[in-house]
Write a new protein. Structure first.
Length: 455
């Protein structure tokens, strides 16, 4: 089962947008601020950190195909105002730097002008591009055949610049020719026709149908949104988006979907993994390599195909802890005869996992995240355990919340996997950098104290 979506170029837009903005604020200031005795390194670190923090809390990069131009402009004004104030606030703390109001105004004005020009140009270009080429569209179906559902269909058809393609209604209460079938067949239709988004009219679905549709969307990587019967909707798990004047409810994305959060987590991963590789692996790998080779012939390192982000294959690295064998898709059990003497030690102390910092540096894994399972486990539990596939929405980790809570190693019963998934999903939905640090610290503590299932 592969998580997929018709994303096209969309997944790169935020990266392109962020990259241009960072280049603008970094390349413009030397032109206007030369001669002010700035410490360039300190100033660069300061303005980039400030830009990222402001953008994160103002949702500056939360721009979607349905976002109105007024919201884009409001975001630009807010970002510019806060950034100007932040730049000005730098000078009182830089003792040897000369403050120049003209230089600061020119720098922030030109930088924000470039940012605004690029953002608005990209916004309008994409709308025209979608109309002209019909590409990067998202196919949509609607559950329900209510007046509001009909209004949403009219919006899809009258506003092609938003890039939606309406594929049909599903209803249990209306036999109109536009209705393809009952709600019961909507999931099969969505899977067969690669539907990207499912819109549910809340007045026409039961609670059980709603739960089933949300579970289906989680399992298949679909986006599910809701058509409210009233604007008086209050829920911390729902947010209201407007397609022009039409309200649509969406399930809130997790923090790990935020581009700034991704940058922060990736920067932490790179810094941490580099430190481990330089300070630990540089001397430990040759020593362990010698001990491993003395006990058994074969490679020092073991690499194994695992499902990663969006179920894409990657090769997970470990120090080899077993005799060479052909049962690599069989998980380790207590007193496993395949494990060598040195292997027992490095598995007990989790030293065998250290080469995965190379996977982190390559961008295939993160320091903290759901552990990558075997393909056999993935295929088995993906079809039987609710929300199992949600763990594949983020990069797998060297350690994770489930591991520090005791759910690591051998899966003896379905309950072991269910508990592991529960912690993995909690981590994904409640991620923070502080939570990552806590999990890393607890992992180190567990290594020294010993773990029952570390074998």
């Amino acid at each position: 089962m592969v998580l997929s979506g018709r994303e096209g170029y969309s997944k790169y837009l935020r990266l392109i947008n962020v990259t241009f903005d960072v280049l603008a604020i970094n390349l413009v200031f030397p032109v206007f601020m030369a001669g002010l005795s700035l410490n360039y390194l300190h100033f660069v670190i300061y303005i980039n950190a400030a830009w990222g923090i402001i953008a994160y809390f103002s949702s500056f990069y939360e721009v979607y195909r349905y976002t109105p131009i007024t919201k884009v402009i409001t975001g630009l004004v807010k970002q510019a105002a806060l950034f100007v104030l932040t730049v000005i606030a730098y000078f009182p703390f830089a003792k040897h730097t000369v403050f120049s109001g003209n230089a600061t105004a020119l720098y922030t004005g030109v930088a924000m002008g470039l940012v605004a020009f690029f953002k608005l140009s990209l916004y309008y270009y994409l709308k025209r591009y979608r109309i002209a080429t019909g590409s990067n569209f998202r196919s949509a179906i609607i559950i329900g055949h209510t007046p509001d559902a009909l209004r949403l269909k009219s919006f899809f058809e009258s506003a092609p610049e938003y890039g939606y393609r309406f594929k049909g209604f599903f209803s249990d209460t209306d036999n109109h020719p536009e209705v393809i079938g009952s709600i019961a067949v909507a999931e099969a239709f969505a899977a067969e026709h690669s539907i990207d988004e499912i819109y549910c009219s809340l007045g026409e679905v039961t609670n059980q149908q709603l739960k089933d549709l949300v579970a289906f969307a989680d399992l298949r990587g679909k986006t599910i949104k809701f058509i409210p019967d009233t604007k008086e909707i209050f829920s911390k798990n729902l947010r209201v988006d407007y397609y022009e004047m039409f309200p649509v409810l969406s399930l809130n994305k997790t923090a790990l979907h935020d581009p700034v959060a991704k940058i922060i987590k990736r920067a932490f991963d790179i810094a941490f993994s580099l430190s481990v590789i330089v300070l630990v692996l540089s001397w430990l790998a040759p020593l362990l390599g010698l001990l491993i080779r003395l006990e058994s012939k074969g490679s020092v390192f073991f690499k194994q195909s695992r499902p990663g982000l969006d179920e894409k294959e990657f090769f997970c690295y470990k120090f080899r802890s077993m005799q060479i064998n052909e049962t690599t898709e069989k998980s380790v059990t207590r007193n496993d005869p395949r494990v060598t003497r040195i292997g027992k030690f490095i598995r007990k102390t989790s030293i065998d996992e250290l080469p995965q910092f190379l996977n982190v540096l390559k961008g295939e894994m993160s320091i903290v995240g759901p552990r990558p399972h075997l393909w056999t486990q993935n295929n088995l539990y993906g079809a039987t355990i609710k929300k199992y596939m949600v763990r594949l929405y983020v990069k797998p980790g060297i350690t994770g919340l489930a591991q520090v809570r005791g759910y690591r190693g051998e899966i003896a019963t379905d309950e072991d996997m269910i508990n592991r998934i529960r912690y993995d999903v909690f981590y994904i939905e409640n991620w923070s950098l502080l939570l990552d640090v806590k999990i890393i610290i607890q992992t180190v503590v567990n290594i020294f104290m010993g773990e029952e299932k570390a074998y």
